[in-house]
Structure formats: structure tokens, C-alpha cells
Design a protein around this ligand. Sequence first.
Ligand code: NAG
Ligand code: NAG
Length: 543
Amino acid sequence: MRDSKLLSFAIFGVLFLVNGVIGEDPYRFFTWKVTYGDIYPLGVKQRGILINGQFPGPQIDAVTNDNLVISVFNYLREPFLISWDGIQQRRNSWQDGNFGTNCPIPSGRNFTYKIQVKDQIGSFFYFPSLKFHKAAGGFGGIRIWSRPKIPVPFPNPAGDFTVLAGDWFKTNHYILRRGYLDRGRALPNPDGILINGRGWNGYTFTVDQGKTYRFRISNVGLTASINFRIQGHKMKLVEVEGSHTLQNMYDSLDIHLGQSLSVLVTANQPVQDYYVVVSSRFTRRVLTTTAVLHYSNSRKGVSGPIPWGPTTQIAWSVSQARSIRWNLTASGPRPNPQGSYHYGLIKPARTIMLGNSAPWINGKQRYAVNSVSYVQPDTPLKLADHFNIQGVFSVGSIPTNPTGGSGYLQTSVMHANFREYVEIVFQNWEDTVQSWHIDGHSFFVMGMEGGQWTPASRARYNFRDTVARSTTQVYPRAWTAIYIALDNVGMWNVRSQNWERQYLGQQFYLRVYSPAHSWRDEYPIPRNALLCGRARGRHTRPL
Ligand SMILES: *[C@@H]1O[C@H](CO)[C@@H](O)[C@H](O)[C@H]1NC(C)=O
Ligand SMILES: CC(=O)N[C@H]1CO[C@H](CO)[C@@H](O)[C@@H]1O
């Protein structure tokens, strides 16, 4: 039974590769100018990072399998890269836009990303990955629509809103970076929350009474989980990072760092304006901001008390997380194992356990995974690997289980075999909520619970209808376990979505490796790849 299923996945895989010719799908072209610009999101002037003059940056709309050609012109005085959260970059970690995969676009230069949103739907976002630029903007929403013939498990909404929300600092990003992080000092608390780049009642969503709207909400913040709610309105959850969910109703939803989801909201209340509220979660001081849900014929502004968020802390959030399930009968592209709902029937080949910690190293605050605090090499790992440049990294430079030892600095790369099916347990012994992301893949969230994970914990996994997503939270002194099909050859960033932690070392790269070196498994290096560090002067094609 199990073997015949695996065989059918394999056959499907071959057909997929034979048919999956990149040239057949439509192209969409974007030209982005990245500049500094004055922004005043919390009332004080800050140097923001704008894309085509906009903060947040422009929305990307795409249909499943579209090819996106995005030319980025860097007019900052610093090197710059954009990464694409949750976009799987199949066979193509060359376009992932982290320092481990790409050379930074130098000041005054340009680079053209070529990205195919293969077999994906859903709500995602892009962000600047280097130098704490994310604290200055440079992020924007990505919507991947289903192809016209693919049924979507809910009626077409009357409108589709992107909500980019998150905590924000009034301090400029280079001071956060140079004055705090680079000196080994933890960041101060954030100053507020932004909704689409605006503070209190700064942003308006206009709706017609009686109609239903989709809100795609991403937590693009730096350090805090958030809670989202709309005064007087219930929300029907329909999608989480590309998985169509069971359509449960919620009064409010927790969204952890880097996570995205979609809800449907029907404007079924008396005609007036209502608060759209985002507040920080699990922070000592609760930060709150509001936007406005404006009924198109309303003459009455927002009024009444701002609805409270959940007052109970962890238990409420955990039980809400468990209620988020996959709609097994909804159509749409599926995560691997391709075309299958049977992720729970396949036995993982091994278990990797990742423990986060906050060690002091050489008198500086750092963050670590299995005691290793990641340091940037002088050359992107992907290029060092491709050109076989020795001494940049070594595979196996991070243990696959927590060691309990004290923290140390290392350019950490973990080995994995192409098509390996792996269980990863994120074990959190700290007092803060963690948020973990894996590039190039989506994974099944099997379970989360307090305490230490043991093999007996598997008895309480969801083997049937959990969602596949690319970012999962891990509660304080608790674990979260995932199953992941490593079906995408490349050099993939595994990171904390807390940007202070990511910047100070809570990340590493997973090198998903195939000895076949076939273009069926991984595209060749792009002709326009920037070459830097010890890859400078090499050639992207053999001479
Ligand atoms: C799941 O999707 C199906 C098919 O589109 C839809 O009819 C159904 O209402 C959904 N079920 C739930 C519980 O959300
Ligand atoms: C679209 C575009 O103008 N691309 C330019 C980017 O920069 C290179 C040189 O670095 C030019 O050759 C391209 O024409």
C-alpha cells in the first residue's frame, strides 16, 4: 500500500518534470526603483525604503505558474536584496534573495529576478533581506490567484484587500543596526504597530454593505506576534500560506511573525465605520493600532470602544492554532507529496531537532540554533557551492540535535538528501514565542505542545488534515513538530522570522542535495547572476 503510493508519487514526479516547461506559462514584468524617502508612519520623520516611491511597496499579482521578471534598481547607498517569503522557487534557489544564495545588488546597480510561482496559490509577501532594511520598509504583498479553471472553495469576493501589519520602531533602521545589533545590544521595545504603513486610523478599507471581502493579512513586523480583529464583524478563515482551510469563524486571529492568512468578512452590520484592530501579542506592553472599515454610504465615523484582543495568553492561542485545518475537499495546488492528502501515512526518514537559544558570545548578544550562531561568509553559499570554492562553508557545520553546549559562531550549513521526507522538531526552552520559516518548501504542522518533545508526542499529531505552510510558531517552553518533503534542490535559508534574532544568528542553510546534478532537479546558474566575494571574476557560463 505504502510502496505503491510512493511509486505513484514518483511517476507523477516524472510526468511533472517532463511537462513542467517554464516557457509555456505567461510572463509578468516589473521594474522597481528602490530609493530612500521620508515617511512619517508614527508621526515622526524617518528615512524609509520606498519601491517606486511607495511604502509599503507595490503589490504583486500573479496567477499559479506565472513567470515574474522583476528588475530591481538599487538607488540606496547600501547593497540591497529582496527575498520572497513563502514563494517556493522550485529548482531555483538562485532567485531566493538571501545573502546565502545571492550577491547583494550594489548601490547604483540593478538585478533582474526571474521567479516562477510554480504550483502555488495564496497570500505571501516580499521583504528586503539584508542589513535590517526591513525596519525601513521595502516590503509588499504577493497574491497568487488560482488559474481560471480551478475552482476556489468560496464565492468570488467583492474585493480583495492586502493587510501588511506589524510592529514598528521610530528609530531609523541603521541606528537599530549599528547602535544596537552590531554592538551586541538587544533592541528596545517597538514603538507602535502599522497597518499598511500607517498608524492610528491612517488606513481605510471601503466596503459596500451586504458584500463579502477577502482580507489577506501578513505579519511583516520585526519582533512581535499580532492579533487581528474587526469591530462587530466575524471572520471566516479560508487560506493559510497557500492552503485552503476549513472555513471556521473567528472573532480574532493570532498571526505570528512572517505568517500570512486570508479571511472573508461580510459587511453585514448597520451602516457606519468600524475599527480594524491590530495589537501586539505576548509583549509586556500591548501595542495597538487601528484602521477603518468604512461602509461606502456611511456618514458615521468610527466610535465606541476598540474591541479587546484575547486576554488569556498562550492556551487560547494554542487552541486556535489547533483549530486551523486543511479543507481536504477543496481543490488547488497541493504541497508535496504531490497530489496527495496522505502526508501522515509516510514515515519520515529521520528526525531533526532544532533548539533556539540566546547566548552571549564575545560579550555580545547573539541568537543560535543548536548552539550555532550563524555568521555571514564573504561569498554566498550557493555560489561557493557552484564554483566549488573551498573554505567558505562546510556541510555538517551545525548539529542536527541540540547539544546543550555554549554558543559559538559559525557559517552553518546542514546536509539533506533530495526527496528525503523529514520530521523537524522545533524545541523552544526560552520564554518567548518563536516563529520559524523554511525557504523553498511548505511543510505540514503536525503538532505543538508544552514541554519537551519525545517520540511518544507523535501519538497526538494531526496525521489527517493539518495545513501546509512555510512559517510556524513555537510557544514558550514548548515544541512544534513538522513533516517536510525536501523535494527542492538548492541552498535554503531556515530562519527565525524575528528579525533581531535572524540578524544575530538564529538561522542556517539547509543544502538539499542531489548527486545527479541534473537540470531537471535544479536550474543552471542564471546568466545574470551577480558575482561577489571569492566568486568575483568567475563566469556564469563555461568559457
Ligand atoms: C471545503 O471545500 C469545499 C469544496 O470547495 C466546500 O464546498 C466546503 O464548504 C469546504 N468545507 C469547509 C468545512 O470549509
Ligand atoms: C533592465 C536593465 O536596465 N538592466 C541593466 C542592469 O544593469 C546591467 C549592467 O550591470 C545592464 O547590462 C542591464 O541592461
